[in-house]
Design a protein around this ligand. Structure first.
Ligand code: NAD
Length: 308
């Protein structure tokens, strides 16, 4: 198979690109390097620097491609509140541009990497795909709009469309950004450098943390199984973990005791989040294999930014 992976030089995209290349597939990556780094891609991966809204470039890159993984996006919830227009241009406009180019190039399937943040605040847990969604940020709105576009244009153009709602992915290669860094690499880094961890709210808020290799398994399966056209499928661990429990695990795997600083003035976001992964098992034969404690240990071992 020949694949195009948009955003393939980012955290999830690099892991996916390298996995597919190792399996002997032909992999082409389009990324504008705004957050990604092609240096981590294996040499067999064909890398093209470019913008997801460049339709002419996309059309050229799609000529002999059977399946597209669409990951190119701006990914920060707080940043999306400051710059909603940019999020609309890249996450929504970029998806529409890609679908137009795919329609013209007659590509068979697209896998959109969507987000569990689309659910917003819910009364019941775990979150099922059948729940009414309440996106609570421009980022979540942009991912929901992208889902609608890939399914609508896909249905009209004969492109099979699969949307994977990924929850909180973590693992080696996840960048610690200056503003609003992802919680797991941020806590690991501070613990390993004798720093302190800042806990927003009371720390009882929960998330569903899923290891990058498990997400890659789901993405790879979504590209090859039959009977998934138009489906929306949750990808998580199915396990709910509070921030306080995460801190306990970080202490355990690092052997350090970072000081805990509670910031009651900043909300911890939705109070509870957890994916129901029944559909992922039924449709993709997906079962998460890496428990959080193991995944934290593997992240420290495999990511050079945690080298001691
Ligand atoms: N990491 C998670 O926990 C998570 C959870 C749910 C969904 N997702 C989705 O997975 C995808 C990948 O996320 P990630 O965590 O790897 O983030 P990331 O920022 O590492 O990857 C996104 C990539 O898209 C590229 N990009 C951004 N704007 C672009 C543009 N205009 N043209 C071309 N490329 C562009 C960036 O350079 C980056 O390499 C995103 O679509 C994100 O919404 C991630």
């Amino acid at each position: 198979m020949r694949y195009l992976i948009t955003g393939g030089a980012g955290f999830l995209g690099t892991a996916l690109s390298n996995r597919l290349a190792r399996q002997g597939h032909k992999v082409r990556v389009l990324d504008d390097c705004s957050a990604g780094d092609p240096a981590r891609l294996q040499p067999e991966v064909e890398f093209i620097k470019g913008d997801i809204n460049d339709k002419t470039l996309l059309w050229k890159l799609l000529q002999d491609v059977q399946c597209v993984f669409h990951l190119a996006a701006r990914v920060s919830v707080p940043e999306s509140i400051l710059f909603p227009r940019d999020y609309n241009v890249v996450n929504v406009g970029g998806t529409v541009t890609l679908m137009e180019a795919m329609r013209d190039a007659k590509v068979r399937r697209v896998i959109l990497v969507s987000s569990g943040s689309i659910y917003g605040i819910q009364e019941n847990i775990p979150y099922k795909e059948s729940f009414e969604v309440h996106p609570g940020s421009p980022y979540a709105v942009s991912k929901l709009a992208a889902e609608h576009y890939v399914r609508t244009i896909g249905a009209q153009s004969g492109i099979e469309a699969v949307c994977l709602r990924v929850f909180n992915a973590y693992g080696p290669g996840q960048r610690i950004t200056m503003a609003n860094p992802p919680i797991i690499p941020n806590f690991l880094k501070h613990a390993l450098t004798n720093g302190s961890v800042v806990i927003h709210g009371d720390g009882k808020q929960t998330r569903d943390y899923v290891y990058v290799d498990d997400v890659v398994n789901a993405m790879v399966n979504a590209s090859s199984v039959v009977g998934v056209d138009q489906e929306i499928i949750n990808i998580g661990s199915g396990v709910e973990t509070s921030v306080l429990e995460l801190v306990r695990l970080v202490r355990q795997v690092t052997g350090q005791k970072p000081e805990e600083i509670f910031n009651p003035y900043k909300s911890g976001g939705s109070s509870r989040m957890c994916a129901d992964i029944t559909k992922a098992y039924e449709k993709l034969n997906y079962l998460p294999l890496i428990p959080l404690e193991t995944g934290l240990r593997m992240t420290i071992e495999r990511d050079p930014q945690f080298a001691r």
